[in-house]
Design a protein around this ligand. Structure first.
Ligand SMILES: Cc1cc2nc3c(=O)[nH]c(=O)nc-3n(C[C@H](O)[C@H](O)[C@H](O)COP(=O)(O)OP(=O)(O)OC[C@H]3O[C@@H](n4cnc5c(N)ncnc54)[C@H](O)[C@@H]3O)c2cc1C
Length: 432
């Protein structure tokens, strides 16, 4: 069982994976390819830190960064469906099934199809949806680029140094997009822009040999070309989300924490309802989704050492659902969700009783933690007050304080940012 499964390794999925691995979550990345759409861009000039970098180079840097971490990566895997199965998730692929405590969907977008006659049959035989990937195969050939926005302009610019002739076919009355790219294309003798023109049919033998166009809804024309690049936008690859809520555009609806409507299922990047589809936004969302997933997973597995109670006993907070397990017994108490909200011992069948156990209390000056103390191992009559925060079978952090008598109170200052952040991350402190 993995803590986290990430679907997709584009900018969003890769960033989520880096964050998850740094937080020591047992992470599995399942993806069809690495880099996603970022690898398709000919040139990127709007990713902070790089004045200019090709999409392939940036995707390569993302991949190298991710591979530096201890995580499991399976490439060439298509996820068919992610479903919540009780407390866990089952992630189905064509070849098998995986389970995890949380899932991040970062499956991005897929190119839209033209639905022209012949398109389906000539896929990978002259019809392409990615100029960066397939452009070099069309060295010295005549090609058509279909579309009138930035994707089409980007594809045509990339093909300038490769193809012999480029027809930019667009069904509206003018192309819209980056002015610099428009000027580059308009000034090239290789490029012919056909506005108000529809591509009706793609024909050929084993390979594309030409297209039939219809201009102004009346003028038919046949162009002898050997390549067709379909660049008419994209649709969210939401298929793996199965039951998660989507908006009218088919995008997975997320809130500011990248949570979907299914607890434990997060989504990031172009597949979501986030308004801007950009690499930097996808990376940012990957980060948020990963931190949210970490919080979610940690809350479920977190254990706190106590000095009272029964070792191994599991408690669940009746307010936030935080689960704690006693791994050390010897005195002290636990509180969750503030003074009035206490942890309730879960009713077990043989015990059948509830017990209120106070743990961590928020005060005006900081956080008061009720703990116990143990005799100092070296010095007689001295004690060490402590709390140990234990998760997943190991101590994450220990707060120690010398004391000259057994203490029942331990204060972590509000300025102790690390301690605060840590406990906030684990959902230990929550205001009412
Ligand atoms: C031609 C082009 C040029 C662009 N230029 C720029 C630019 O200059 N600057 C900029 O900021 N943005 C640009 N973008 C947009 C940018 O690439 C995207 O916003 C960004 O890549 C989105 O990242 P993502 O991780 O959300 O999704 P994607 O990059 O789409 O990655 C999705 C990942 O999920 C995988 N996947 C999908 N479905 C499944 C499945 N069922 N199972 C397993 N894996 C799956 C894919 O293989 C892929 O690895 C461009 C896009 C295009 C198409």
């Amino acid at each position: 069982m993995h803590d986290l499964i990430i679907v997709g390794a584009g900018p969003a999925g890769i960033t989520a994976a880096i964050y998850a691995a740094r937080m020591k979550l047992k992470t599995l990345v399942l993806t069809k390819n690495i880099g996603g759409q970022a690898a398709w861009s000919g040139g990127i000039g709007n990713y902070t830190g790089f004045q200019y970098i090709t999409g392939l180079e940036l995707a390569g840097k993302f991949e190298e960064h991710m591979r530096g971490f201890d995580l499991e990566l399976r490439e060439g895997v298509e996820v068919e469906c992610v479903e919540r199965d009780g407390e866990h998730f089952s992630v189905k692929t064509k070849d098998g099934q995986y389970t995890s405590k949380a899932v991040i969907l970062a499956s991005g977008r897929m190119p839209r199809q033209l639905n022209a006659k012949g398109e389906e049959g000539y896929k990978n035989h002259g019809v392409s949806y990615c100029a960066t990937c397939d452009g070099p195969l069309f060295q010295g050939k005549d090609v058509v680029v279909v579309g009138g926005g930035n994707s089409a302009l980007d594809a045509a610019v990339q093909l300038l140094n490769i193809a012999n002739r480029i027809y930019l076919v667009n069904n509206t009355d003018h192309i819209i997009g980056d002015q610099l790219m428009i000027e580059t294309l308009k000034s090239s003798p290789k490029v012919e822009i056909r506005n108000k023109t529809e591509l009706r049919e793609i024909f050929g033998d084993n390979f594309v040999r030409g297209v039939r166009l219809l201009t102004d809804k009346s003028k038919e024309e046949t162009l002898p070309v050997e390549g067709v690049f379909v660049e008419i936008g994209s649709l969210p690859a939401k298929e793996p989300a199965c039951k998660a809520k989507t908006n009218e555009y088919g995008e997975i609806v997320v809130n500011g924490r990248c949570e979907t409507d299914i607890p434990g299922l997060f989504a990031a990047g172009d597949v979501t309802s986030v308004p801007e589809k950009q690499i930097i936004v996808a990376c940012g969302q990957g980060c948020i989704a990963s931190l949210s997933a970490f919080k979610y997973v940690s809350r479920k597995m977190f254990k706190v050492d106590l000095m009272t109670g029964q070792k191994g006993q599991v408690y669940r907070c009746s307010v936030c659902g935080n689960v704690v397990e006693l791994v050390y017994v010897g005195g002290g108490t636990l509180v969750c969700c503030g003074k009035t909200m206490e942890l309730l011992m879960e009713k077990s069948e043989d015990q059948g009783q509830e017990k209120h156990v106070p743990v961590i209390e928020k005060t005006a000056s900081g956080y008061r933690v009720n703990v116990g103390s143990v005799p100092h191992p070296m010095e007689d009559k001295h004690y060490i007050a402590f709390i140990e925060l234990v998760g997943d079978g190991r101590v994450y952090r220990q707060y120690l304080k010398p004391a000259d008598k057994p203490v029942a109170e331990f204060t972590i200052s509000a300025s102790d940012v690390t301690a605060r952040e840590y406990c906030n991350l684990h959902g230990l402190w929550r205001s009412k």
